[in-house]
Design a protein around this ligand. Sequence first.
Ligand SMILES: CC(=O)N[C@@H]([C@@H](O)[C@H](O)[C@H](O)CO)[C@@H](O)CC(=O)C(=O)O
Length: 313
Amino acid sequence: MAAPKKKLQGLVAATITPMTENGEINFSVIGRYVDYLVEEQGVKSIFVNGTTGEGLSLSISERRQVAEEWVTKGRNKLDQVVIHVGALSLKESQELARHAAEIGADGIAAIAPFFLKPWNKDVLINFLKEVAAAAPALPFYYYHIPALTGVKIRAEELLAGIQDKIPTFQGLKFSDTDLLDFGQCVDQNRQRQFAFLFGVDEQLLSALVMGATGAVGSTYNYLGKKTNQMLEAFEQKDFSTALNYQFCIQRFINFVVKLGFGVSQTKAIMTLVSGIPMGPPRLPLQKASREFTDNAEAKLKSLDFLPFTGLKD
Ligand SMILES: CC(=O)N[C@@H]([C@@H](O)[C@H](O)[C@H](O)CO)[C@@H](O)CC(=O)C(=O)O
């Protein structure tokens, strides 16, 4: 079994893939991005080429280059770099998994294939097993995101006896609001050896109560510091302070969700807050509107989430 260097815990930023206005990947800002996460947001682990990173919209060659750049720039600065290697083609997933191992990533994750879909948990496990086996020395995480993959197999079902089939299985990235399913995953893991990383940032506090060991999300790119304060309050059993932080974070997410929120808007917000240009998303996504960015900026300021004014200029 692959021994994790260290259990993946705390906040993990689902990284954005920065792009130029021409739609090419902007590798030149990744070093700055790493420093920003560590120094300004207190976030030291990352999840690369996932949903926020538009991993499925990149070519295999681009995914390899992006992974390599994050590993290189994160060396001696980041705790863990997990690479999402999920793809529709098993061969491509395996190639990405092997590559992640070669470049020294700390773990790999995969979503369920979502065009020709696995129809039950055994079929899904067979697929994931082959992906994981391509990087036998790396911890493997299943990325459960049923709303986007359309694969509704409950995570709790999948987990039963999974390490017998996938010896490198190390945990779950759970991007769904079904806390019954999530709770039952934690409950059946009596030896507490797995990482349970929650992926719905606006509901993280509920998942912590349910036993989440960490969280992977898009908002930790720019609300990492605030969310870390919530984690600290939770850790100290100061639940009312933790709840205040969660409500504050929810006020922002609720506001942007009503305006229309996704990867494009995440890129715009991160550009605004960090001052690092994230560029437009790749088609079929469309760049966030100016109106969205102005409204988001006003909200961030009103919530005191934007300490430095004038960054945008
Ligand atoms: C559907 C989606 O993009 N969910 C985000 C959340 O962080 C989400 O942006 C946040 O909870 C706001 O709704 C993450 O779960 C995705 C993620 O971790 C990834 O980029 O791989």
